[in-house]
Every structure is written in C-alpha cells, then in structure tokens.
Write a protein that binds this ligand. Structure first.
Ligand code: TEU
Ligand code: CA
Length: 554
C-alpha cells in the first residue's frame, strides 16, 4: 500500500452558499470563507473540498454550471478565488474543487449553441434524440423527478437530463467534449488547485438508450445510468492526459459504484481515481421510492458495509470515510441522537470517522453537532429536489403535511441551513436576510458557545483529528469488526506492525455490557480517548458502555 498525503489527510467540506456571508446579501461567499480560514485551520484539517463556485444560475445551487472559467456572481470574483487559494496554501492546507462535468447548465454557451439547430457545430456536445409517437425517446426518469427528456420545440428533438431540465447531460462520446473538460481541468490545476471531487462521475458514459426495466430509481441508477460501457476509457484518458501531470487528489462521487466494480475505479493499477464516495451506507434509510420514502436503518447492515468495503479496497485501492455531506441529513440526527445525547453521540460519530481506514471527510457544521431542522412550511425550503418531489406528491393526491414531515427527516436542506457561528441574529452568518432560514437552535448550538465550553463537540473534534495525527497507524492499519451482529455496539480492532487499537462505540441509549473476545489481549490496553472517559467501567475484557459512549483503547 503506497503511503501518500491524500491518504493521511482529513478533509473539511464547505457548501459556500451556507458557510459565511461577507457582504450582507444573505448568501455565503468566497470572502466569507476567507474570513474563516483560521477557524478551519484550527480544526486540524488538511484539505478543503469547496462545493461549486463557478458561474451558475443556481437551479441546483451551483451544480448547474454556465461558465467553468469564471466565479458565480453571488460568490465573488476570480480575484477573491485567487485570494482564497493563496490563503489556504499559506496555512499549509490544500483545495479540492468540485468538478461537475456530467452536465452543464442550460445557460452554458455550449448548450445555447447546441439547441440552435440540428447541424450546429455544438449539437452533439449534448444528447439529443427524436421522440417516439410524440413521446420521449425512452422511459428514463430524472433523479430529480419527471422524465429525463425535455422536448425542444425549436429543433423538434428531446435532450437528456438525468437531473433537472436545466442540467443537460454532456455527450462524453464526443471527443471535443472530453477535450473541453481536459482543458478546464488544466485551467484550475495550473492555478494551483490540489484536486477535484468529481460530481456523479459514474454516470458520464451512457448505455444504449433502451427503456429501463426497473421501476425504482436506485435500481435504475445502479443498472442503467451508472458504470456505462466507456466509463473507464474516459477516466483513464482523463488521468493519462491531465491528472497524471500533477500531484493532485481525486475523489469520485459514485452513485452505482459497488463492491464488484469499485477497484475498476480506484484500484492503484486502474490509474483512474484516487478514491470514491460509495453510497452503500447512505441509502439504508431510503425505501424503493427513494429519498422521500424513508425506512429505518438496519444497524447490522450499516456495520457490515464498512467491513465489506474495507475488505475489498485493502491493499489495492483507497476509500473515503464519511457520514454526511450537503445532500444528506445531519449526521447527529441521522446516525446519532440529536436530543438527550446530542453531545455524546456527535462525539461518538467523530470517533468513528477518525479511527477508520480511509480518508475522513467532515461536513461543515458536524464539528458543532448541527442538527436537522423542521420548518413549518414547504415555502421555507429551497431545494429543487424537494420541490420537484413535492409537486409529484401533490399530483398523486397525497397529503402535503405528510410530505413536510418526511422533508424534516430526509430533505437535503437539513444540511444546508446556514452555519451557526454565534448566538447573534442569524447566528452571525449574515447581516442580511439569509437565503435559507437558520435552524432556530442556533442560539444554543454555535461555534462561539462551543469555543467557550471545554466539553464541547468542537473541542472534541479537534482532539479526535489530532488523535489520528498522533496515531498515524490508524490511517493504514487493518480493520476488523468485533461481534458484527451486536445490535447496539459498533466495535472493531485496528492493528498494524505490533500496534493494536480497540474501538468501542455504543450506538444506543441503553447501557451495554460488551464482552471483547479473542484476537488481542485487552488487559494491557488503556483508554486513549473517550467521549465520557471520566471513569471507565470494565472488568477484564468486559466493558460496560454507557449511552452513546465511545472508547478508544490501545
Ligand atoms: O449528487 C448526486 C446525487 O445523486 C445525490 O444528489 C443524491 O443521489 C440525490 O440527492 C438523490 O437523492 C450530486 C451533488 O452532490 C448534488 O448536490 C447535485 O444536486 C447532483 O449531483 C446533480 O449535480
Ligand atoms: Ca454574500
């Protein structure tokens, strides 16, 4: 296993729209991020993943790009970006840009040209098909609801959009498109950017345009949209022509990437990507109806997925360790306990993130235990995925209040309420009217309060990040779950070169007696860090774990 900087790093993800507003327009911006660079550095993180800041009409909050070579008006200027990159490097950190090249905005000049006529030189930059008897070319559905085909009156054809109709899919079969992507990547890499997070990179190669035989979206993504016939040709070309010329990191967002095909993407011999975000654990609470069809999480399955992925990648590839991002609900609400045990469970989740094999990702706000929000009205939300689903829900004659309740637990805006800096109005996020309302609990949950509380989640995140740095074998050491079928406790060994660690995480409100069997002798082990840790209750290899108690022994 080759050792390298991006395996040993900890990443902090910033959704700039909700991070910090420097000019009072209610929208976070690049100068706002610059103002917080010392805070970010203080977390001990090494890399910042910045969600898209390119020019965009914001139909999908920047994931619909209209100019890859310029900065979104609301976020500032290219000079602001250059200042941010410089500030990040000066502090010894690195910057990962978010590369969205499965699709552009329909306001990108490529698409404006492409839709002008069937013989426009840029026509086949995108995917145009004739309809069938006045219907779309096939039954493909958009991941954001409705048909994946939009009819264009001007040329009498349909164009493909796996996301919103304002996000037309690029035609990667077209070498000119691939060269355009290579060029734009070089532009940012030559500015000194340290790598890319690649948005839905697993769906850029389209299969033949037959109907999908699957009724549910996740099966359609896994079997029709993702892992298309030329995906590895395109990624090998990207690596060979661009990435291999720089010392950079790549992480592919991979809906549909699974245990069987993962090493085709991230195997060191594949020479494609450094790591991926797989979604094995991220859809466990989604039923066949997708995001707005919630089901309860199977904890045994949750643990099993981490073991399966570690077994699959070890020695050949590398993984990401994450529990949340800007597309999923707040981790302390989803995987922890955001009520009585919010502090303990948020710390326990940090212990999990920092003691696994793989590069850990912290999403903004996790470090202070920000929670889901429950706005009173659908009008308080501002996510195209939520709105499209709401329209479909109403069209099926279903109850709007029931949908609102589901949005409270499953909507992406849970992770997009503005960062909570202090207890002043709008949590110090903006002096203006925030683009999305704050979570009202900001008066109690904010960075300022956490800095003053030595027992805060924030101080604990700093300790856990430092703990990983002080125990570098945790990056590469082997991993094995103890009692994988235990209903409450996620326990595992880490070991390498004679060093061994025992991690015990009680994912429940109950006090649990946990018997650690076999592999290593725990009698010599002592508690290295814990989220209670004042008094450890153990007798020999039996541990009494309190509600949401986490322990690392070594
Ligand atoms: O997300 C891809 C994606 O599939 C997730 O958004 C998720 O599966 C979706 O919310 C359905 O539940 C990426 C970006 O992270 C997301 O913010 C963008 O909206 C999307 O691509 C389109 O660019
Ligand atoms: Ca602003």
């Amino acid at each position: 296993m080759n050792k390298t900087w991006w395996k040993e790093a900890v990443v902090y993800q910033i959704y700039p729209r909700s991070f910090n507003d420097s000019n009072g327009d209610g929208i976070g911006d690049i100068q706002g991020v610059i103002q917080k660079l010392d805070y970010i550095k203080s977390l001990g993180v090494d890399i910042i993943w910045l969600c898209p800041v390119y020019k965009s009409p914001n139909d999908d909050n920047g994931y619909d790009i209209s100019d890859y070579y310029d900065i979104m008006d609301e976020f500032g200027s290219m000079a602001d970006f250059d200042q941010l990159l410089d500030g990040i490097h000066q502090r010894g950190m690195k910057l990962l840009m978010d590369l969205v090249v499965n699709h552009t905005s329909d306001e990108h000049h490529w698409f404006e040209e492409s839709k002008k006529s069937k013989n426009n030189p840029k026509r086949d930059y995108f995917i145009w098909k004739s309809g069938k008897n006045g219907e779309p070319p096939n039954n493909w559905k958009s991941i954001f609801g409705g048909s994946a085909w939009e009819y264009d009156e001007q040329t009498g054809e349909y164009y493909l959009h796996l996301f919103t109709r304002k996000q037309p899919d690029l035609n990667w079969e077209n070498e000119k498109v691939r060269n355009e992507v290579h060029d734009l990547m070089r532009f940012w890499l030559d500015k000194g950017v340290d790598g890319f997070r690649m948005d839905v990179i697993s769906v850029i190669s389209k299969r033949n345009y037959e109907d999908s035989p699957y009724a549910d979206m996740n099966s359609t993504i896994n079997n029709v949209y993702a892992n298309g016939p030329k995906i590895h040709e395109y990624l090998k070309e990207l690596n060979e022509k661009v990435l291999s010329k720089y010392d950079v990191m790549t992480v592919g967002e991979g809906p549909g990437i699974n245990l069987d095909n993962a090493l085709n993407y991230v195997g060191e011999s594949a020479k494609e990507l450094n790591m991926i975000f797989h979604f094995g654990h991220m859809f466990l609470d989604q039923g066949v109806g997708g995001r707005f069809d919630p089901v309860s999480i199977d904890f045994i399955e949750f643990k099993k997925i981490f073991q399966q992925w570690d077994d699959r990648l070890k020695g050949e590839g590398w993984g990401s360790i994450f529990l949340g991002n800007h597309d999923f609900q707040r981790i302390v609400s989803r995987f922890g306990n955001d009520g009585q045990y919010r502090v303990e469970s948020a710390k326990l989740l940090a212990m999990m993130l920092m003691t696994m094999r793989g590069t850990p990702y912290i999403y903004q706000g996790e470090e202070i235990g920000m929670t889901n929000v429950a706005f009173d009205s659908i009008e308080d939300y501002d996510d195209v995925e939520t709105f499209n689903a709401y329209d479909e829900w109403l069209a099926q004659g279903k109850d709007s209040e029931e949908f609102l309740k589901i949005v409270h637990t499953m909507g992406r805006d849970n992770a997009r309420t503005p960062m909570q800096w202090d207890s002043s109005e709008n949590a110090g996020f903006t002096a203006g009217n925030p683009w999305l309302k704050l979570n009202p609990n900001y008066t109690a949950i904010n960075v300022d309060q956490a800095e003053k509380d030595s027992n805060s989640i924030l101080h604990f995140y700093r300790k856990m990040v430092q703990f990983r740095k002080d125990h570098p074998s945790l990056v590469y050491a082997d991993f094995e779950i103890i009692q994988p079928y235990h209903e409450q406790v996620f326990a595992y060994w880490r070991w390498q070169d004679g060093e061994s660690y025992l991690i015990l995480l009680n994912f429940s409100e109950e006090e649990v007696e946990f018997q650690v069997g076999g592999q290593f002798d725990t009698s010599e082990m002592e508690v290295l860090i814990g989220n209670y840790w004042d008094e450890l209750q153990r007798s020999g290899s039996e541990f009494i774990l309190r509600a949401w108690e986490g322990l690392v022994l070594g």
